[in-house]
Design a protein around this ligand. Sequence first.
Ligand SMILES: [Zn+2]
Length: 251
Amino acid sequence: MISFVMKNGGTNIQSWQGKSLRVHILYSRAGIAQHIWIESKNGSILIDTGDGILRDLLSNKLDPDRIRGIVFTHGHFDHMGGLHSLLGFLRMIGREEPLPICAPKGCREVFSIVDNFIGCYPNTIPFKISCKEAQSQEIFQIAGMMIEAYPMVHCGSIKGSGILNQIPALGYRISHKGETIAISGDTGICPSLRELVKGADLAILDATYQKSATVSKESLEKLHLSEDLAKEIGKLAKDFILIHKGKEKKL
Ligand SMILES: [Zn+2]
């Protein structure tokens, strides 16, 4: 298992190579965009499609025809803002293979984009899109990868309005040929996070805040992990990558 940085198309992306799975963190920055490419011999799945997904796929020479399905952790704009573009691109290149799209049950942002896209082009989408509303503990399969959903705790927040209500959010354990990758998506610290990560070959964890000490307990419980908390959780897996970091502090 190797973690490395790939320089391609002018961007640096963090990657990980296991025995049967390969991961590219195509882009991840809190409040901007996040998308992760997971590849097996049978094809790839995308976890989240933030704004810039097409740019990041194509500039890294990843073949969109390899995408066997898209899985969303939650519906915040930085995780799904590129979905319409990706669907439009796949229509333009004449994809014929059905495309499963999976998101947490009740994730209106994702399912309404799909409904809208199908409504715009009722007779001219050459591939079938099937939507799946995933629930916690559910197991499903895409491209030979077993995907198990874990409930995460994540709320929205608006500057000036504070922390909003909890939204549907899932973490996923993705297994293929005895190898397992755990992806938290955005989450506060919660008991099922440890279950999600325990024993995985790789954990990919939200680390939005630089330090727990400078953030309220409520934010760490309802919004995001800090780098120190994510490291502590990450040690439950054999290897880990911290993503979704927030703004760099100004010097
Ligand atoms: Zn979020």
